[in-house]
Design a protein around this ligand. Structure first.
Ligand code: HSE
Length: 300
């Protein structure tokens, strides 16, 4: 009658794969506790770590919207539970914050109901959490948060998602500068058209990144971590973006780009020591410009 679930933060897009690539990191992550109650209905009993900013109404919060969708799909109308959400990452950070809440919520409820659905099947419910939080049901945060590892969304309609094996020595440095970017806004500023020239460059890099990761070819990973479509537009929203990226590469990172919709920036490195050095120089570069920043180092 009680379940506690954890869902990790994620890095979406991974440079060239807007809306189609994402990977999970080990921490931070959100924790959801749910407790069955006799009266029907889902109630948010408490949210910690959000400074009172997230909606408390069940039909407005990603953590419970996904539960309502799941109950509806299963045809259950007499179920009741109390939900506590522990938000362990900043809102609007580009670390997949809403996705982690949605995934922890749907996994917890599925468990409480004795797992009627598989992990893969839970994905489309978790995507509904993204729709409510950012206006778009993208899967590149919920996919990896739910399944772990590096995930590719080959198609949205029909949904076709798969995981690829990641080299053991590949580490992520995730740096969060203390500013906030709303995902909705960061999607709104993107152009709807892409030139053929940029599409060709991007496709080459997408293919190269998948092959590089699967073959543990670090040079190929490095050459492929280039985004000619989204990063040039969104990086304008992140102060010191170019300097921080340059610093990461100079410290030995394979590549560096925006994590999700930003403002967090991520870098991939070969080996944990390099990942730490990259993180120190990235945070230092933000701090020199008067922006507080913190980092997370994680295998993938
Ligand atoms: N792919 C999404 C975007 C991820 O970049 O808008 C948002 O976290």
């Amino acid at each position: 009658n009680y379940v506690k679930a954890f869902a990790p933060a994620t890095v979406a897009n991974v440079a060239c794969g807007f809306d189609i690539f994402g990977f999970a990191i080990q921490e931070p992550g959100d924790i959801v506790e749910i407790k069955r109650k006799d009266e029907p209905g889902i109630v948010i009993a408490d949210i910690t770590g959000d400074a009172g900013r997230l909606p408390r109404a069940a039909e407005k919060n990603a953590v419970t919207v996904v539960m309502l969708h799941l109950l509806k799909h299963l045809g259950i109308s007499d179920f009741g539970c109390e939900v506590i959400l522990h938000k362990n990452m900043p809102l609007g950070s580009g670390m997949g914050s809403s996705a982690a809440s949605a995934v922890a919520g749907v996994v917890a409820l599925n468990e409480l109901l004795d797992n009627p659905l598989s992990r893969q099947d839970l994905l489309r419910f978790a995507m509904e959490g993204e729709r409510i939080a950012s206006g778009s049901a993208h899967a590149d945060n919920v996919g990896p948060s739910l399944l772990g590892g590096f995930v590719v969304i080959r198609s949205y309609n029909p949904l076709d998602i798969f995981s690829i094996p990641v080299p053991e020595d590949l580490y992520c440095t995730l740096v969060h500068p203390d500013i906030e970017i709303n995902t909705k806004d960061a999607r709104y500023i993107l152009r709807n058209e892409v030139s053929l020239k940029n599409a060709i460059t991007q496709m080459g890099n997408v293919a190269g990144l998948v092959a590089g990761i699967m073959k543990s070819d670090y040079d190929l990973i490095s050459r492929s971590m280039v985004d000619v479509i989204i990063e040039p537009v969104r990086s304008i929203l992140i102060p010191e973006f170019n300097e921080v990226k340059k610093a990461a590469i100079s410290a030995g990172a394979l590549g560096c780009s925006i994590s999700g919709a930003g403002p967090s920036m991520f870098a991939l490195s070969r080996g944990v020591d390099t990942a730490w050095q990259v993180g120190s120089i990235m945070t230092e570069t933000f701090r020199q410009a008067g922006i507080e920043a913190n980092m997370h180092i994680s295998g993938i």
